[in-house]
Design a protein around this ligand. Structure first.
Ligand SMILES: NC(=O)c1ccc[n+]([C@@H]2O[C@H](COP(=O)([O-])OP(=O)(O)OC[C@H]3O[C@@H](n4cnc5c(N)ncnc54)[C@H](O)[C@@H]3O)[C@@H](O)[C@H]2O)c1
Ligand SMILES: O=C(O)C1=N[C@H](C(=O)O)CCC1
Length: 251
């Protein structure tokens, strides 16, 4: 597979190492330094683009891949409020987009377990839901894309909740705080913690006066994200439309 890497930081380089080890070829690397000079024809040699850049760069990179007619896998977070409009553009252009707030198999099974747990607790109506996510200090956006997906997944299964809110940021460095859409009911509160060198930890809690039920996912490294993004890229080549991890994993 010939890959264009749009974003060549921690994730782009990790994906490059895995791809080369698997016999794939990297035909283009785009980062902050050369991004302004990249044109759609520069992607022509690629079977697929893999995008891990910055929240404000993702949509421009999707439009670049669409203009080039190259399928794109997007892992960047912090732009997903624009997904509905972007999806319309992808469908109108008969392009291919695979997006995920988290590409690891474990987190996507965690989402499914969280949904089922919320469905089972919903009739009792007495559980307070909360989420805490912890990431490294270089992370730019809060809350994490994973925490937002988790909150939306749980809220959709609970009558007492709708949407999410960023209730607290515990960080020594500034974060771009993502604004939650207005919620018609109680939003799921998310606490974002930034600590040195944490690849990504998500903790979901259902708390009542009589007990607490907790689910936690801890990434040991970025390997799960990178392996999932490469698997998504292989799966996407030859398809058209907008896809995410449930399509790949049959969840
Ligand atoms: N979905 C997932 O599974 C997953 C996993 C890890 C990280 N992420 C997300 O991926 C993104 C990147 O993470 P990272 O740890 O690699 O960040 P990073 O800061 O290490 O790398 C970002 C790279 O993007 C480049 N860049 C900046 N503007 C660009 C542009 N306009 N076009 C192309 N490249 C540009 C930078 O030069 C840098 O090389 C973040 O949004 C992060 O939250 C998602
Ligand atoms: O390192 C990051 O940044 C990560 N971002 C994603 C998110 O915001 O959920 C996935 C986990 C790692």
């Amino acid at each position: 597979m010939k890959i264009a890497l749009l974003g060549y930081g921690k994730m782009g380089r990790f994906i490059e190492d895995l791809a080369l080890a698997a016999g794939d070829e990297i035909v283009l690397r785009v980062d902050e330094a050369n991004r302004a000079s990249v044109r759609p024809q520069d992607l022509a040699a690629a079977d697929v683009a893999i995008e891990f850049s910055r929240p404000e760069a993702a949509v421009g990179n999707i439009d670049l891949a669409l203009a080039a007619g190259v399928p794109i896998v997007v892992g960047t977070t912090g732009w997903l409020a624009q997904l509905p409009q972007v999806s319309e553009r992808v469908k109108a252009a008969e392009g291919a987009l695979f997006w995920a707030s988290n590409f690891s198999v474990g987190v996507n099974v965690f989402f499914a377990a969280a949904r089922r747990t919320a469905e089972l607790l919903n009739p009792y109506g007495t559980y307070q839901v909360s989420i805490e996510e912890t990431h490294h200090l270089q992370k730019l956006d809060a809350p994490s894309g994973t925490a937002i997906t988790l909150a939306e997944t749980v809220a959709a299964a609970l009558d007492a909740y709708a949407g999410w809110e960023l209730s607290e940021v515990k960080s020594s460095v500034p974060q771009t705080q993502i604004t939650a859409p207005a919620s018609p009911a109680t939003p799921v509160p998310i606490v974002s913690v930034r600590e040195d060198a944490v690849p990504g930890t998500h903790h979901l809690s259902f708390d009542s006066t009589v007990d607490r039920l907790e689910l936690r996912h801890t990434a040991h490294s970025r390997a799960g994200f990178a392996e999932g993004a490469l698997a998504a890229a292989r799966w996407l080549v030859g398809r058209r439309g907008v896809f995410s991890m449930p399509d790949l994993l049959n969840l």
